[in-house]
Every structure is written in structure tokens, then in C-alpha cells.
Ligand binder design. Structure first.
Ligand code: MG
Length: 390
């Protein structure tokens, strides 16, 4: 299928200047891996027909988790340089032969949908790049850090991505550069200039920052949290009856018990309550809507599955879970010895730190069905933050 607009998202570099335990593209910004911002933004954009990620082969597992649920093409592996990586993405798109291709660095998570729209329009000229005026005075220096020249600021632009090109021209220029042994172009515009194509500049965005250093990540975290200003709280409640058995599953933890809990799944009441709390905060139905008890595929299912599903619904809206709080109400088993194991498990499933998960327990003072030991109940609240414009 020829025509349309494709986007190449480049994330194959190591980004070692950013520090951190994982490669830059997978470091979290406000609870989401960096690369997910660009993948989500471009794949959801009405003017983009296909998104081609380019990643490092070592990162495939990190990538698979980061891109979970997004509508993008299978990732291809990049090369030794940025230029080689972009070329790998273009070659992967060759059969599709789009009219226009946008090339974007995953290290710029805050490009706006409007900027993508401008890039698509500007790309019809053949080669166009977003640029912003430079506000600092720019000087060139020699090897001894002595000023050689002060440049005329009025003629300078700081160039960003997404850069936008006629696909056939960019692919041909990349192939020619590779054949000529040139692999050192710092961006695709420079390569197109070398190939003799005029390149125009359209309006970039000052917010479209490139994350390079740990400082940049700290600034990005602040920007991201400022954007997550739609704060919501949901509640959940669940009950399961005791039955025969030798253990119960509570908060994802297996606890030895003279009786089990009856239920269609593994009867993990606190996890069920948490799922409803998260879905409640999203105003997105309840656990029974998404996992009908009549559906045999959920028989005996580990409830972690349900919690992961709810967490993914938050991620799909580029949100974050700020806090989960669950209270178990039962006469037995004793919860105290398992509290931290449950917190650890819930935090791991939700992909948040343990200090954002509370597990509490109380009895019902021998009153009612809980007091008679017929079953247990769980209450939960979830606080989530969504982008204001979601
Ligand atoms: Mg239940």
C-alpha cells in the first residue's frame, strides 16, 4: 500500500549520558518509559498511518513491555550510528512506500499533536525541519576555549524533530550516503542537504525538549507531573466466602489456611477490590464488565491478570497510579505477617514503588458474616493521575 504518512521513531542509541539503570529510552518519566510517549503520540495521531520503531537489539524485552498495547509496526533493530538506525527504519517501510515520512527521536517525549500536524504539512515541500529561535548568544570557540566568533542570533535556529521528508527522496539519500561511506550525519536534514535537497524550517516548540542528561530527566519529570493534573479517586469492595481448601490468595500472596475461598477466579478479594477502585477512578465499568464470571476463560485465573489489565487501562491513557490502599476485613487469617509481601506484590504488578501501596487489616469484632468466619471482605481506594487533555 503506497502513499500516506509514516513515522520512524528512533531509540537505538545507548544514551549513556543520561545515566540510570536501563538505557535512556526506557528510563521512566512520570512512571512511563520514555519511548512510550513518542510511540503513543504518533500512533494515536490521525494524520499518521504507520509507526516504525527502531530499537537496539539488546533492548527487545524492555521494548516489548514499554510498547505493550500500542498500535505500532514490529520494531526493527538499529545500527551503530543514528544514521544507520534511521536507514533501518526507512528500509523496513520501503515495501509500504509512504508519500511522507517523519523521523522523530524517542528522546523528545513532549512533541505536541499540533507539531506533528505542521510537520506533515511542511513535509510536502520535500524536506522540512522544526526549528526554534535561539535566545542565548552563540559563540564559536577554539581548542583553548577562546572565543573565535560571535554568531548573528537572528539567522540561527535550534533544530528539533520530527523532521519531515518525501519518503522516496530520504530513502535514496540514505542509500547513497551509506554507499559513499558517509555515516556521520547528525540529523536527516544534514544528510538531505548533502544530497542536494533544499530544506525548509517550520515552527518548532520550546517544550519539545530533548532528554540527554539526568538533569533533563528531572526537568521532564516536573513537566510530566504538571501535565498529570486530572486527579481522580475510585473505590472498590469485594467479598468471598470460605470453602474447603488449604490456602487463600490475598493480595497476590499465597497464605496457608485451614479453609480456602470460593470464587470463579482465585478469589483474591483485595486484588478484586483494587481492580474496581482503579476502574472506578477511570469511570470505566467494573471487574464484572471486563471479566464476566460467565466466561469460562477466567475460571481459576490468577487475579494478577485483572489488576494488570486495570493498570494497563491507566497507562493507555498516559496516566499514572499515584496510590493504592486496601483494607482486609476478616477474623482469619492473620494479615500482619503478610502485609509487606502483599505490598511488594501489588506494587510489582502495578509498576509503582512500594511506598505507594498500603495494606491494612481489621476484624469485624465477631459481628455479622465476617465475624462468624463465613467469609472475608476487602475495601480499596485508588488514586490516579491523568493528563488534563486525555
Ligand atoms: Mg471477587
Amino acid at each position: 500500500m503506497a502513499g500516506g504518512v509514516a513515522a520512524v521513531i528512533v531509540a537505538a542509541g545507548r544514551g549513556s549520558r543520561a545515566g540510570g539503570a536501563v538505557p535512556k529510552a526506557y528510563q521512566p518519566v512520570g512512571g512511563l518509559p520514555l519511548i512510550r510517549f513518542s510511540l503513543g503520540l504518533f500512533s494515536a495521531h490521525k494524520q499518521i498511518d504507520a509507526v516504525q520503531p527502531v530499537i537496539h537489539a539488546d533492548d527487545i524485552h524492555l521494548y516489548t513491555a514499554a510498547a505493550d498495547g500500542l498500535n505500532v509496526l514490529p520494531a526493527v533493530f538499529g545500527g551503530a550510528t543514528r544514521q544507520a538506525s534511521v536507514r533501518a527504519g526507512l528500509e523496513a517501510l520501503a515495501a509500504r512506500n509512504p508519500e511522507i515520512v517523519l523521523v522523530h527521536d524517542a528522546a523528545r517525549p513532549f512533541a505536541s499533536p499540533a507539531l506533528i500536524g505542521r510537520a506533515v504539512t511542511a513535509g510536502k515541500s520535500g524536506a522540512a525541519v522544526p526549528g526554534v529561535a535561539v535566545s542565548d548568544t552563540i559563540k564559536t570557540v577554539d581548542a583553548q576555549e577562546r572565543v573565535a566568533q560571535t554568531l548573528d542570533r537572528g539567522t540561527l535556529r535550534a533544530i528539533q524533530t520530527p523532521q519531515s521528508f518525501a519518503f522516496a527522496d530520504l530513502l535514496a539519500a540514505h542509500r547513497r550516503a551509506a554507499a559513499s561511506g558517509r555515516d556521520d550525519f547528525s540529523d536527516d536534514a544534514a544528510l538531505m542537504e548533502w544530497a542536494g535537497h533544499p530544506v525548509t524550517v517550520f515552527a518548532g516548540e520550546t517544550g519539545n525538549m530533548k532528554l540527554t542528561t539526568p538533569d533533563d530527566f528531572m526537568r521532564a519529570e516536573t513537566m510530566r507531573l504538571a501535565d498529570l493534573s486530572d486527579v481522580r479517586m475510585g473505590t472498590g469492595y469485594d467479598v468471598h466466602a470460605f470453602t474447603e481448601g488449604d490456602h487463600v490468595m490475598l493480595g497476590g500472596v499465597r497464605i496457608p489456611s485451614p479453609r480456602g475461598l470460593s470464587g470463579h477466579s482465585d478469589a483474591d478479594a483485595p486484588l478484586h477490590a483494587l481492580v474496581d477502585a482503579i476502574l472506578g477512578a477511570l469511570a470505566d465499568g467494573d471487574i464484572g464488565v471486563h471479566f464476566p464470571p460467565s466466561d469460562p476463560q477466567w475460571r481459576g485465573a490468577p487475579s494478577e491478570k485483572f489488576l494488570r489489565f486495570a493498570v494497563d487501562r491507566v497507562r493507555a491513557r498516559a496516566g499514572m497510579i499515584a496510590h493504592l490502599d486496601v483494607t482486609l476485613i476478616c477474623e482469619a487469617p492473620r494479615i500482619g505477617p503478610y502485609r509487606d509481601a502483599m505490598r511488594e506484590r501489588i506494587a510489582a504488578i502495578a509498576g509503582i514503588s512500594q511506598d505507594r501501596v498500603a495494606v491494612k487489616a481489621t476484624t469485624s469484632e465477631k459481628l455479622g458474616f465476617i465475624g462468624r468466619g463465613e467469609g472475608i471482605a476487602a475495601l480499596a481506594t485508588a488514586t490516579i493521575r491523568l493528563p488534563w487533555r486525555s
